[in-house]
Design a protein around this ligand. Structure first.
Ligand SMILES: Cc1cc2nc3c(=O)[nH]c(=O)nc-3n(C[C@H](O)[C@H](O)[C@H](O)COP(=O)(O)OP(=O)(O)OC[C@H]3O[C@@H](n4cnc5c(N)ncnc54)[C@H](O)[C@@H]3O)c2cc1C
Length: 390
């Protein structure tokens, strides 16, 4: 029996653990959080449409349902020559290792004056409190935006999506409170064409959303940092705001920075091949946000790609253990799929190598995305059957 250690209990790590537990393996998942956090639906925590605790799935419960082991420990370093994982508590030996620790965020000056919906899960609750203060005051200005990583565009990717979703959801929420005329919403981003990675057609339609939800734009100017209540730009101008929500681009994970034998790109993401195997290390795989995605220039780090990579890595490891020659590649599954929610509807966006699609889904789109949250949680907990391919 082979011992497979999976580092990280997000979409990528959990999917790999589920798939590998179906075979005769000893599967151990190590995470510093005792729950999987459903990031895509966290956009509704600030407006009170979802309770924070509903977005958590207990790793212990998942482990019991699927037959893997969970250890709650913080990983510090990996020694790939000795096949060892070093945590704050102890060392663990493995036959195969899967890296699924997610990514960290690019540093920016004064980031502590901002909040991010893509950082620590409970930041969503802080944004909720700050929004409530503005509602109680009856007026204010909110700036929401995202940054780019010039060294790796996939680490910006659809992280723009949550920024757009927050803006449109806040607009809908403030309208319901009768405050839409009293609270200004401003979108900030350093690039000239934020959102273009979703595809030309969706990008062109984005403006209609900005008009409909009355969101102003301040884009195409480098953001040099933040101060209390201020976004600072390279031309020495500044934007005052009562609440700043900023999603920095992704950066390599600190555990990988501490593990010099693991090959990384210039941006700090783990180099892998199409099988999700780490370059030059036969028994190590990297999946999800921690890995450097190679593919079309618009490819992006997304939850469903993390699951595709998990399935790919699990299949390839299992076939190697069973001396079977067949292997899977994640490359052919690279696409962007996103249901961009606005609180009262959504737009379905899909980009593949050959097509681009945007379908506005008033009202029903919002319920579709809510339905996905319900389906994901309950199917993983085996309360409802899985739909093949989802
Ligand atoms: C607000 C938001 C909205 C999104 N919307 C969508 C969407 O609509 N569609 C979509 O496809 N994608 C969406 N995404 C992207 C998607 O959520 C990510 O791509 C996905 O979460 C990546 O999964 P992961 O398992 O690689 O990393 P993560 O989910 O970040 O999981 C990393 C895991 O590693 C653990 N960990 C980290 N460091 C350590 C350590 N040192 N020791 C032990 N454990 C550690 C963490 O606790 C966590 O369990 C969204 C993301 C955000 C933030």
């Amino acid at each position: 029996m082979k011992k497979i250690i999976i580092l990280g209990g997000g979409f990528a790590g959990v999917e790999a653990a589920i798939k590998l537990s179906r075979h005769r393996n000893e599967v151990v998942l190590i995470s510093d959080r005792d729950y999987l956090f459903m990031y895509p639906v966290s956009i509704w925590v600030p407006t009170g449409k979802k309770k924070f605790d509903d977005l958590k799935i207990s790793l212990k419960t998942l482990a019991n349902k699927h037959g893997f082991e969970v250890k709650l420990e913080k990983v510090v370093r990996i020694d790939s020559e000795q096949n060892k994982v070093i945590t704050l508590n102890q060392e663990h030996s493995y036959d195969y290792l899967i890296l699924a620790l997610g990514m960290s965020k690019l540093k920016a000056k004064g980031l502590e004056h901002t909040h991010s919906i893509c950082g620590k899960p409970d930041e969503a609750l802080v944004i909720k409190e700050e929004l409530a203060k503005i509602v109680a005051r009856g007026s204010g200005r909110i700036a929401i935006g995202f940054g780019g990583n010039p060294k790796d565009p996939t680490a910006t990717g659809v992280r723009g999506g949550p920024a757009f979703e927050l803006l449109f959801n806040f607009s809908h929420f403030l309208k319901q409170k009768g405050l839409r005329d009293k609270v200004q919403l401003i979108f900030v981003a350093p690039m000239k064409d934020p959102g273009r990675r979703m595809g030309e057609k969706p990008y062109q339609k984005l403006d209609l959303f900005f008009k409909r939800y009355r969101v102003e734009k301040q884009i195409g100017k480098k953001i040099t940092g933040f101060a209390k209540g201020k976004v600072l730009f390279e031309d020495q101008t500044e934007l005052q705001a009562d609440l700043i929500v900023y999603i920095p681009a992704g950066d390599g994970h600190p555990v990988i920075q501490n593990s010099p034998s693991i090959p990384v790109t210039e941006a700090g993401f783990v180099k892998i091949n199409e099988l999700c195997r780490v370059d030059g290390i036969q028994n190590m795989y990297a999946i999800g946000d921690i890995a450097a995605i190679t593919g079309p220039t618009w490819a992006a780090k997304q939850g469903h790609i993390a699951e595709v990579m998990a399935d790919t890595a699990a299949y390839n490891i299992q076939n190697e253990i069973n001396f079977k020659g067949k292997r899977k590649s994640y490359w052919e599954h690279l696409n962007i799929i996103c249901v961009m929610d606005s609180g009262d509807g959504a737009a379905f966006i899909k980009r593949t190598r050959t097509s681009e699609l945007i379908v506005p889904l008033p009202i029903i789109g919002h319920w579709l995305k809510k339905g996905w949250g319900f389906y994901y949680k309950n199917s993983k907990l085996k309360r409802i059957p899985r739909i093949p391919g989802m």
